[in-house]
Write a protein that binds this ligand. Structure first.
Ligand code: ATP
Ligand code: MG
Length: 355
């Protein structure tokens, strides 16, 4: 998989919808030219596995048509249990030596059969005084990547880059705010099927973990505890998560369920933050930044803040991106929290995962 200098269309195939973004490089930053959004039926993708490939192919066509995108070259991402990243330390060596060594390092650090994964790395820091360097080692299951690539090809697209969700989000954050050089922060994307956590320390990713709970879990609990069917549960939830929406018809039990489930998700997130603090030697996390569709629920940020005692802020992915194309603005506004991955992918130009 080789990337050129050409800009790519960012394509995020999420559990509940496909998001596509195309950016223009301008002096002083990025401009959003095209944006497309296409919902997927429940069960199309389960636990990140594509159950119904033709439905995804159709949705890709629909998203490109809606966004009026002609370009075929795209960047994709994978996430979830099939992706692992670890920060490791190795003796200082040349890139050629490292390319050889990396498979062996991966065998030691990645709990997958090495034959089944693509491995990549990024040099985070060289420490000549210690004769060592810190690497970010990334492994992703071949099967998962090959599946997504093959589906994109069936949709007549050309995937040139495959990234992972956590890093695309980091990309957007870095572009908007810059990575804090001294502080440790967590950026968390809470989608439908999962919450992906990326802890940034000293200006680089130090830990990633995906938790398999997100907005779907909230909807399931509303179905169960409020006693309404799926569509209605989803609608009610999104009404609570839409500023200014009319909430007068909502059952009183709803907020209680949402608060309780947000607290459960926040508890799981907290366990990951605690694990990082216990194993990394870092003392504190300075701030939590939230994105993803489920971040629309203010109850989630509140629950994370309550559990972790860390200020939690919902980030606006388009903070420093100008809107330049013929874009459906109300749709973009409604989906803003969900576009971070597609936006980060659209910022990529080079290859990310080596085959
Ligand atoms: N306004 C809203 N209020 C509450 N929840 C919302 C709102 N908008 C979207 N959601 C929820 O966000 C989730 C979708 O977010 P997102 O698009 O980030 O996830 P995804 O990419 O489809 O899933 P995943 O990342 O798990 O693969 C759904 O569970 C949806 O119900
Ligand atoms: Mg997602």
């Amino acid at each position: 998989m080789f990337g050129g200098a050409k800009s790519l269309v960012g394509v995020d195939i999420g559990a509940t919808s496909i998001k596509v973004c195309h950016l223009k490089d301008k002096k002083g930053g990025f401009g959003l030219m095209k944006f497309g959004f296409q919902p997927l039926e429940p069960q199309t993708i389960v636990d990140r596995h594509v159950m119904n490939a033709s439905a995804v192919v159709d949705a890709l066509h629909a998203a490109f048509r809606m966004a009026k995108i002609k370009q075929k070259e795209i960047a994709l991402s994978v996430s979830g249990q099939s992706v692992i990243s670890r920060k490791i330390t190795v003796p200082i060596m040349t890139t050629a030596e490292l390319d050889e060594q990396i498979q062996w390092e991966a065998e030691n650090h990645i709990p997958f059969d090495i034959k089944d994964v693509y491995v990549d790395y990024e040099i985070l820091r060289k420490r000549p005084e210690a004769g060592q360097m810190d690497l970010l080692l990334v492994a992703a299951k071949r099967e998962e990547i090959d599946d997504y690539v093959s589906i994109a090809r069936q949709a007549k697209l050309k995937p040139l880059v495959v990234d992972i969700d956590a890093f695309t989000i980091q990309n957007v954050f870095e572009y908007n705010r810059g990575l804090p050089p001294d502080d440790t922060v967590a950026i968390i994307n809470v989608g439908a099927s999962q919450a992906s956590i990326n802890i940034i320390s000293r200006g680089a990713s130090a830990f990633t973990r995906d938790i398999s709970n997100g907005g779907n879990y909230l909807t399931e609990q509303i179905i169960k505890q409020v006693g309404v069917p799926y569509e209605q549960a989803e609608d009610m939830k999104c009404t609570v998560g839409t500023p200014g929406a009319d909430r007068s018809q909502l059952p009183p039990k709803l907020t209680q369920v949402i608060e309780q489930v947000c607290d459960t998700i926040a508890g799981e997130i907290q366990r990951s933050l605690d694990f990082f603090l216990a194993t990394s030697g870092e003392e504190r996390i300075g701030r939590v930044y939230l994105t993803g569709g489920t971040a629309n629920l203010s109850q989630l940020a509140q629950a994370i803040e309550r559990r972790s005692r860390v200020t939690t802020e919902v980030i606006q992915p388009l903070e420093r991106v100008s809107l330049d194309g013929a874009i459906d603005q109300p749709l973009l506004q409604q989906r803003a929290a969900q576009i971070t991955v597609a936006l980060g992918l659209a910022m990529r130009k080079t290859k990310e995962v080596r085959a």
